[in-house]
Design a protein around this ligand. Sequence first.
Ligand code: DC
Length: 241
Amino acid sequence: MKIAIDGPAASGKSTLGEALARQLNYLYFDTGVMYRAITLAAIQRQIDLHDEIALTALAQQATIEVTPPSVNDGRQYTVWLDGVDVTWLLREPRIDVNVSIPSTYPGVREEMVRQQRWIADKGNVVMVGRDIGTVVLPDADLKIYLDATVEERAMRRHQESLRRGEISDYLSVLSAMRQRDLLDSSRESSPLQPALDAVIIDSTGRTSASIIAEVNQIIINRRAYVGMAASDSADDGDKTS
Ligand code: DC
């Protein structure tokens, strides 16, 4: 089974995705880290983020690996960029404010999507991002589009930063998030939008536990429906044989 979870920043996708993957014993893969890693690689190598050709070449050359946590410091996974642990560097504000730029380049996206499909082909997966249900896994068995107001999402990010002991200003986070929403949803190549067959869930004012419970119920209902359809077709086969 392939589960696609899409939605804007801080809508609760990673909490939901990780919980589902743990319960179902599926691979959890957060595709946002790949775009973040390319952005970091460009900054570290002093490549102009507006140089689409250089960014595309970088996406094709860089090796991004995501493994189970290598350190027990609250991380969901470890991200390796060319063999170096960059997990926390990917969460810095300089990445937040710049990541939407490389994400608009079709060549970068093509390479990321190719690698993401290769990962999903390995087996059961919960894949989280912006274009999973629409582009990466259009045949996913379940597509969830998670949303929340921009104010609530900014507050979540702001509080996360404070919990990590970082300095954070709510209004700056809100303004950066508005800007990122605009870039993510207005880009020409694979803009952020719900797939036509996605279940849309608004997480505003809700706990992650209630969202996880709702999606679990959807999975139970779908499995029951698929089971019924399978036994109906087996019955049809019995009748015709
Ligand atoms: O989920 P996130 O905040 O880590 O994503 C970082 C950026 O990467 C986001 O602003 C847009 C981009 N992204 C994307 O374009 N497609 C994806 N499947 C995942 C992320």
